[in-house]
Design a protein around this ligand. Structure first.
Ligand code: NAD
Length: 483
């Protein structure tokens, strides 16, 4: 079938309220991962541009931090309304540059709008407290003040929700921000940033830069104007940025990788569990930090569950995200395709049985088959490294303690899931799994109003809920002696 073509679009930087080419006049290609066509070019920031952005964010902080929360809230709500009006165009742009099916892009756009609305409201509730004093003539107030200008780095797997989370929580708290959206999805993310600008966010409050991620972070993280770093991405990069932030005494929120265990106990509703896990596993081609990856199945139900699971995998139609029949698009980039090929080959060498897929799909684009691998050895790369792609691992356990041990074996602790109708097993799993988020009998764990973050190597801080707002605020004690 012929798919609708998409207009080629270039993307500029946004600094101090103006769209700009960047001082270096240099651009990167933006490619459609389904066709590998160049669909536009994105401006690259130089140190001159980064310095201008840092100064603008610092200057604008003086007024934005003192702008009444209700006024900030009204501007953010206008941004959400504008974004909803433009959501169809922005969603199509995301599918074309990121690869996910259009139905997923539309859902993500709606979630991004909800995130902006939620933080707009929550920004009006950054209450302080009064601490009873030891002396009748002394008052002690604890007020919440915005931490200052923030440098935020958002990844390419959920460009809209991640950029929405990082900008709206910061702005609602009274911070200004320099956002570096992913170079792999500049059109949709600049469309979102434009909504903030058009809604009346003053110049310098939101700045957007693209370029070489390492050069941008090594300039902005130590910059004296920047008071907080927020990063979503891989564990190695997160550890590097966290240590850089530590050296310069900057606050940091780190939302990093995972390798989510899913414990399926003998009492689970197997058809429901298989269907739910398959939907979550192959969404966004598995490039999801909370994607279910290690599926740990009780011995007594292993064969039945596996059959149900494979039945569901057969219905995952792979294709261009703009095709309405598509259930799974291409991988976003060449690095992920190479990683899938390596992980499958290594799993085979470590005893893994490929029950479905396992191959790159011939033709243009970074397409890979929905893949299921049974029982790769514990020493295989797949059992230790976040797959971040369309590979599900099925393994078996005989006692629940064994499943818990496997769930906690890795240094990650972002998301975990369980499917069970046994109150005892659910209680044991809830108490026993080391994780930031636990979904029981479903996998929908990422909403605006709920905390989003991990433990262990998966990072610290939160990108959701009131915990996210707290990351942009610091308590200040004001104590007054009256006469
Ligand atoms: P990568 O480690 O090169 O980059 C991960 C992200 O960090 C990208 O968005 C990149 O632009 C950014 N980045 C890289 N170096 C940086 C630096 N020095 N300063 C600031 N930002 C920097 O890996 P990749 O190939 O882009 O992605 C694959 C891996 O990243 C996956 O295996 C997955 O673990 C992880 N990832 C996680 C998430 C998440 O939601 N937690 C999102 C995207 C990628």
């Amino acid at each position: 079938m012929t798919l609708p073509s998409h207009t080629t679009r270039d993307v500029d930087l946004f600094i101090d309220g103006a769209w700009t080419n960047g001082a270096g006049d240099k651009r990167l290609d933006n490619r459609n991962p389904a066709t590998l066509d160049v669909i536009g070019r994105v401006a690259v920031a130089t140190e001159t541009d980064l310095e201008r952005a840092a100064r603008a964010a610092s200057c604008a902080f003086t007024t934005w931090s003192r702008t009444p929360p209700l006024e900030r809230s009204n501007i953010l709500r206008r941004a959400a309304a504008l974004f909803r009006e433009r959501a169809e165009d922005i969603s199509r742009a995301m599918t074309v540059e990121q690869g996910k099916p259009l139905s997923e892009s539309r859902l993500e756009a709606e979630l991004a709008a909800q995130i902006i609305d939620w933080f707009a409201e929550e920004g009006r509730r950054t209450y302080g407290r009064i601490v009873p004093s030891r002396h009748p003539l002394i008052q002690q107030h604890v007020i919440q003040v915005p931490v200052g200008p923030v440098a935020s780095f958002a990844p390419w797997n959920f460009p809209l929700t991640q950029v929405a989370r990082k900008i709206s929580a910061a702005l609602a708290a009274g911070c200004t921000v320099i956002i570096k959206p992913p170079e792999e999805a500049p059109v949709c993310t600049s469309g979102l940033v434009r909504c903030f600008a058009d809604a009346g966010v003053p110049p310098g409050v939101v700045n957007m830069v693209f370029g070489a991620p390492g050069e941008i972070s090594s300039y902005l993280v130590p910059h004296p104007a920047i008071r907080k770093i927020s990063f979503t991405g891989s564990v190695p990069v997160g550890k590097h940025l966290a240590s850089l932030a530590g050296q310069h005494m900057k606050r940091a929120t780190m939302e990093l990788g995972g390798h989510a265990p899913v414990i399926v106990t003998p009492t689970a509703d197997l058809p429901m569990a298989a269907k739910t896990i398959v939907q979550a596993k192959y969404a966004n081609c598995g490039q999801v930090c909370i994607s279910p990856t290690r599926i740990l199945i009780a011995d007594s139900i292993y064969e039945r569950f596996t059959a149900e699971f494979l039945d569901n995998v057969r219905s995952v139609v792979v294709g261009d995200g703009l095709d309405p029949a598509t259930k799974m698009g291409p991988l976003n980039n060449e690095r992920r395709l190479a990683a899938m090929i390596r992980l499958v080959e290594d799993a085979r060498q470590h005893g893994g049985k490929v029950l479905a897929g396992g191959n790159a799909i011939d033709g243009r684009g970074h397409f890979f088959e929905p893949t299921v691998i049974a029982e790769p050895g514990l020493e295989s790369a797949l059992m230790n490294e976040e797959p971040f792609g369309p590979i599900a691992i099925l393994t078996r356990y005989s006692a629940l303690d064994e499943a818990l041990e496997e769930a906690n074996r890795l240094p990650f602790g972002l998301a975990a899931y369980a499917f069970s109708d046994s109150a005892n097993d659910i209680a044991k799993i809830t108490a026993g799994v080391q994780t930031g988020m636990l979904g029981i009998n479903h996998t929908a764990i990422a909403y605006a109003e709920t905390p989003f973050g991990g433990v262990k190597d998966s990072g610290y801080g939160s990108d959701g809920g009131l915990e996210a707002m707290r990351g942009y605020l610091q308590p200040e004690l004001v104590t007054i002696a009256t006469r």
